[in-house]
Design a protein around this ligand. Sequence first.
Ligand SMILES: Nc1nc2c(c(=O)[nH]1)N[C@@H](CN(C=O)c1ccc(C(=O)N[C@@H](CCC(=O)O)C(=O)O)cc1)CN2
Length: 301
Amino acid sequence: MTTPATLPTENLPTGKLIDGKAFAATLRAQIAVDVAALKASHGVQPGLAVVLVGEDPASQIYVRNKAKQTVECGMKSVEHKLSADTPEADLLALIDTLNADPTIHGILVQLPVPKHIDADKIIAAIRPDKDVDGFHPMNAGLLATGGKALVPCTPLGCSLLLKDHLGDLSGKHAVVIGRSNIVGKPMAQLLLQESCTVTVAHSRTKDLPAVCREADIVVAAVGRPEMVKGDWLKPGAVVIDVGINRIALPDGKSKVVGDVDFASAAPVASAITPVPGGVGPMTIACLLKNTLTACQRSVGL
Ligand SMILES: Nc1nc2c(c(=O)[nH]1)N[C@@H](CN(C=O)c1ccc(C(=O)N[C@@H](CCC(=O)O)C(=O)O)cc1)CN2
């Protein structure tokens, strides 16, 4: 009998699946309650500005979902959609305007940006206290030194899922595959804060399967479809799959898969996030959480 391409998630034993979609819905409901309380106590409504440059289809969907969920939580949402050939100087000018706008507490520029725009320069132009993506070097430094950072949304979401599932993470060996500024490095910092022993693996890591087999927790954020196989895992490991890879199917359609080969990994892991429905929904929920945090801090809370 051949192994199915993906295990149907509904056939997994209870507790094996870490349901990010459900967790994100609960988090958003709590954020809505906190937004209402902030309005009542301080007369302030959190405002999020999302800037999209160009027409990347996936980015358009993410931006639409961000705006919709922002409004559903009772916050103000402002969208700026700029053409793909927008000069970098115009984007910097827009960020200056948003930085100075007292009704806007969170600013993000959807990534990736077109090639003629320097993403690092754009990120550095956003006021650190409004940088709800947590990508500004000031926030990266605060996270690394244990300060009051705004934390990147995807790793924050992974950390919330892990703590909800495992409780205390202290002493666990976590292997993070990927060293990006957006996921891998901040993920490692968050796991260190929880007193994990952290290994950051990457494309030059020797014998990656053997490194993964040492891990109690594997966070895969490498951007390679279904790379992490079941025989890379220690039995009982908890697996967090950050990958969102669209792959073509023989019938001409496509589907989204993670960085983990779910079919072989799920039987070995004690718990695993699915793709879709795992980490992805947590990214947007944590963006709303960061926007609320930025607004609360702006009134001294
Ligand atoms: N400025 C930013 N740009 C980007 C970020 C980011 O955090 N800040 N992250 C990603 C895109 N992203 C949010 O922006 C994002 C990606 C995926 C999901 C999600 O819910 N995915 C679904 C599956 C979607 C599909 O079928 O295509 C899931 O995993 O269930 C939410 C947000 C890059 N850019």
